[in-house]
Design a protein around this ligand. Sequence first.
Ligand code: AMP
Length: 218
Amino acid sequence: MRKYILMGPQGSGKGTQAALLARELDLTAISVGDVFRWHVQNHTKLGAAVRRIMAAGELVDDDLVETVVNERLRQHDWNYGFVVDGFPRNRRQAEFFLESYDIDAVIHLDLSDAEVRRRVLARRLCASCGMDYNLIAHRPDTADRCDVCGGELVAREDDTQEALAARLRDYREKTDPVLDLFRRKEYVVTVDASPDAATVQQAIRTRLGLPDAEGVQP
Ligand code: AMP
């Protein structure tokens, strides 16, 4: 059983790297941001509670986050382990998590603020199927249309200059110190997130002593 946490600023590729790790190692990928986005899109009570907070780029209340994480992990669909992204984001969440779960490693994706801004403001999502695009690195064949389903490509509501500034500030002030806490326990491997996704994935595998990635060529 392998249990990993992926940490890094916005746009550092946490979701992409989690999916690549999960696919070949049979891990369950858990993204707290995705769970919240699902609730917003499906107009649930939880979605109504978090929508404005998310759109402003602020952090959702710890109690709500912990409930979501607990419920998700209680589903026990992770026989071979899990990879969590977007959590923990502050000291309290880290302590809560370590009380209940032991982890094998924290994968830290390192990216400069300038590159974060460049990537995040170019990010687009298909409004129909959720496929990720990026106007710099992964452009759609037809402008503003999803290559897979033809759906409209939109920016995430929190990928604006203002919301990104708030998210980056929270990341540097609240999430970076969590990395120090994990570093003291010698869990952290730091990987440069600036190359392409396949290169980053390979670097993660090497650092964790995992088999090389299949089907992802740098
Ligand atoms: P993400 O996709 O990880 O950037 O998350 C999108 C948004 O969901 C964040 O900007 C927060 O509003 C909320 N969120 C996700 N994970 C957490 C967390 N661990 N703690 C607090 N808020 C979170």
